[in-house]
Design a protein around this ligand. Structure first.
Ligand SMILES: Nc1ncnc2c1ncn2[C@@H]1O[C@H](COP(=O)(O)OP(=O)(O)OP(=O)(O)O)[C@@H](O)[C@H]1O
Ligand SMILES: [Mg+2]
Length: 324
């Protein structure tokens, strides 16, 4: 099945992801797919949590941390600024503590705890994850294209059970620590114990949101996940390992896209030996790809004459990927 057929035959797959190792073309394909869908009259949001701001680069527009920015008719792009989400998350915790205990200032010990907790990777993942949930449950767009970070990280996001556990652990731990302060404070202020129900309610709310989004991301009906590969030995080895992991996490795979294929016709021309060698090498791995992945390959994308940046190159690529 071609990429185009996957989209045409499965209009219910509205959450689109391109995964793969670093630098293989995930952002490029996300942008080209978003462009093509928008041209088909679909309302599309392409978004990322990548601090490198690659969508800003490819659309040649500073969109980092600015919410959903309109790129053209039907197409919006958004880059989540994880740091500001972490700060917002911290402030929320501070505010809750202040409200709950009627403090005028967050006590130093609690402030230290908030700082320490936010330095942990799990807190960052949680804040990012929370932002992604916000975007995906909103439901304003026909298509959501999640421009993923490189595979290792993406696996982390996709192993929702793990993220979920860490998040709940974190909050449960916070809750336990708060209870210590609670006792201390009520002793100090002789105030009646604050209801812990507020925190439990919060936990249940978060649990509900995580469940909702992990269902979206691993939903066999609504999600299309494409693997980006290039015809090189190491990439194929890694991809096979990753595919097994994804299968383990129940991520539904819609197909593979092979990128940076050198045109074989060049062999008929008088090209330098090194280029000839690369083409022959690619040919070998392309044959392997066909062997192993066969019908799962949805597109072969040639090596273009320059980087894909700006709408004109994105349009050109989308025509190669989807036909004009
Ligand atoms: N077929 C192609 N022809 C020419 N250049 C390409 C092609 N595909 C991708 N590129 C270029 O390769 C670079 C890396 O692509 P891209 O940023 O899409 O990779 P990525 O998988 O998103 O990387 P990261 O893992 O860092 O997010 C970019 O400069 C892009 O323009
Ligand atoms: Mg990228």
């Amino acid at each position: 099945m071609t990429l185009k057929q996957v989209f045409e035959e499965h209009p219910e797959r509205r959450f689109i992801m391109f995964g793969g190792k670093g630098g293989l073309g995930k952002t490029t394909f996300s942008a080209a797919t978003a462009y093509w869908l928008a041209k088909q009259g679909k309302k599309v949001l392409v978004f990322s949590v990548d601090p490198q701001a690659s969508l800003s680069d490819i659309f040649q527009k500073d969109i980092f941390g600015k919410g959903a920015v309109k790129i053209m008719d039907n197409l919006w792009a958004q880059e989540i600024d994880a740091d500001s989400h972490i700060k917002a998350y911290q402030n929320e915790i501070r505010k809750k503590i202040l409200d709950m205990y009627g403090f005028e200032k967050v006590p130093d010990e609690i402030e230290q705890y908030i700082q320490a907790a936010s330095a942990e990777p799990a807190m960052e993942e949680s804040a990012i994850f929370d932002a992604v949930v916000d975007i995906m449950v909103e439901g304003n767009y026909d298509y959501y294209i999640y421009d993923l970070v490189p595979l290792g990280h993406a696996l982390y996001y996709l192993s929702m059970a793990k993220v979920y556990d860490e998040w709940i652990n974190k909050i449960t731990k916070l809750r336990e620590e708060m209870r210590e302060y609670e006792e201390m404070v009520s002793r100090m202020k002789r105030q009646k114990e604050t209801e812990e129900d507020a925190i439990l309610t919060e936990l249940q709310y978060i649990r509900g949101r995580i469940n909702a989004s992990s269902q979206i991301l691993t939903d066999k009906v609504k999600t299309a996940f494409f693997f980006v590969v290039i015809p090189e030995e190491m990439i194929l080895i890694d991809t096979r390992k990753a595919a097994e992991l994804f299968a383990k996490f129940d991520v539904p795979l819609s197909g593979y896209v092979v990128n940076r294929v050198l045109p074989k016709e060049l062999l008929q021309q008088n090209v330098p030996a090194y280029l000839k060698n690369r083409i022959i090498m690619q040919d070998k791995y392309l044959a392997q790809i066909d062997d192993i992945l066969g019908g799962q390959v949805t597109a072969r994308v040639p090596e273009l004459e320059r980087d894909v940046t700006g709408l004109e190159m994105i349009r050109k690529l989308s025509e190669i990927m989807y036909g004009s």
